[in-house]
Design a protein around this ligand. Structure first.
Ligand SMILES: C[S@@+](CC[C@H](N)C(=O)[O-])C[C@H]1O[C@@H](n2cnc3c(N)ncnc32)[C@H](O)[C@@H]1O
Length: 191
């Protein structure tokens, strides 16, 4: 999917897309390296967009790792499947992740890599998604999500940061990727 098509998705589905441009390779490397994917046995991705994170996940998981992704927008599902033919991508909300995990015969995963636009979500949707995450992540498991630097100064961004700290036992923030547009960093939250 090229930039024009991505911007079109932003115009058509602003609150669900939450970004005007795709994430950079640098941000994709940062989020997947911070996750420590080599030792994970089950990994889930939320919100694939163009598949830039998905491609890195596939490169960094082991052959034994079970992996699937959930993307709500059919155009982004198509783009991710085209870019990553080996990935299992379901067109569904991340809120339904447990159903797909259970289909693998397991209840918990080690890691969730997330591209969801939290700042654009209602409080209700944020809570529903975080409840799902807490339910399916194993104790000690990692939830990784990115945020734009300028969001840290906005009430919605500050509130989301506080929310992560109340839910998870440890939340750390990575360096900033200045060449991402806009500059972004990753929250690494451990259950
Ligand atoms: C900021 S974009 C992801 C950007 C991605 N890192 C990229 O560069 O292509 C957010 C993505 O989350 C998806 N999304 C939004 N709400 C969702 C939900 N409830 N479940 C799954 N995916 C969702 C959007 O359709 C969009 O693809």
């Amino acid at each position: 999917m090229n930039l024009i098509h991505f911007i079109r998705q932003f115009v058509l589905h602003t609150a669900k897309t939450g970004a005007v441009t795709p994430s950079s390779e640098g941000l994709a490397d940062l989020i997947t390296d911070t996750a420590g994917l080599h030792s994970a046995s089950a990994v889930i991705q939320f919100g694939t967009g163009t598949g830039v994170f998905t491609e890195k996940i596939l490169q960094k998981i082991s052959d034994e790792t079970r992996f699937f992704a959930l993307e709500i927008n059919p155009d982004f599902v198509k783009a991710t499947r085209k870019r990553c033919p080996d990935a299992i991508v379901y067109q569904d909300s991340a809120a339904n992740a447990k159903k797909y995990l259970n289909e693998l015969g397991i209840n918990e995963c080690d890691c969730i890599i997330c591209g969801l636009p939290w700042a654009a979500f209602s409080e209700e949707l944020q809570n529903e998604l975080l409840d799902t995450i807490m339910d399916i992540l194993r104790p000690g498991g990692k939830f990784l999500t990115f945020a734009y630097l300028q969001g840290l100064l906005l009430p919605a961004g500050m509130k989301f940061k506080r929310k992560l700290s109340t839910k998870f036992s440890r939340v750390t923030k990575t360096k900033t990727i200045w060449l991402n547009f806009p500059p972004a960093f990753v929250y690494c939250a451990e259950k």
